[in-house]
Design a protein around this ligand. Sequence first.
Ligand code: FBP
Ligand code: MG
Length: 271
Amino acid sequence: MNEIDEETAAEWRSIAREAAESGADIACEYFREGIGNDFKRDQMDPVSKADQEAQERIITVLSDRDPDAAIVGEENDAEKTVPESGPAWIIDPIDGTNNFVRGNRLWSVSLARTVDGEPVTAATVLPATGDTYAAGPGVVERNGVECAVSDRTDPSSLIVAPIFGLKDRDRDDYDDVTSYIHHELGDLRRLGSGQTSMAMVACGEIDAAISTVHMTAWDTVAGAHMVRAGGGQVTDLSGERWRHDSDSLIATSGEIHEDVLAALRGRLDRE
Ligand SMILES: O=P(O)(O)OC[C@H]1O[C@](O)(COP(=O)(O)O)[C@@H](O)[C@@H]1O
Ligand SMILES: [Mg+2]
């Protein structure tokens, strides 16, 4: 674990927020302005010039504030792999591009700083709703106010977000996960933005976020760090501590974690 003092942690949070907000400013210039898009993998994987230009702006800010750090980013020709040594920034310039291009406000600009592959700082900014989440080791803030994961434990009271399932090969798993939520828990939220979902787990707005498959670093690292900073737990399906290269991601408020894992493994037949 990388230990940093409180002052340094606050400074990194502020740099992360500043960089994410700079990307958000660019994206907002295009939001609800009839922006077009291309597709990457398929019809559920859009990309727009807002994604690309926002990422470039974020990289400009971070290269100035943290010149020695590597950059990993979803768009353009940025590196795609989190380095296992040294500092790096992991950027998703728009998480929830499907929402963004349709004029739906649930999209975020999200980034995390890692050191030796482990997150130390993260910011997730939703300019269209006005919420900014930022985390350093042991602290997560929403709009500058410290918050924490939820304390609900009654399964029938839990609201859980699946954050995967767009790829054809994942749709059977998605059926199992949504069936579990539907039949054994309180309610399901599918927001269309994994980073937004995990920021919400970190601050107690929902109780868990689930992917039974590997997800990219820009979809996960910031959010996983936030959930831990808010007092929650993040593991893979087998219960091992989650890392950016894990094959699944279960992020919960903590006390419910073992029960959620056991139920999921039963449903997915991966006991
Ligand atoms: O099911 P998949 O293909 O892994 O995609 C899931 C991911 O897609 C998203 O919904 C959208 O990501 P982008 O908008 O950044 O492309 C992520 O938030 C989510 O975590
Ligand atoms: Mg994106």
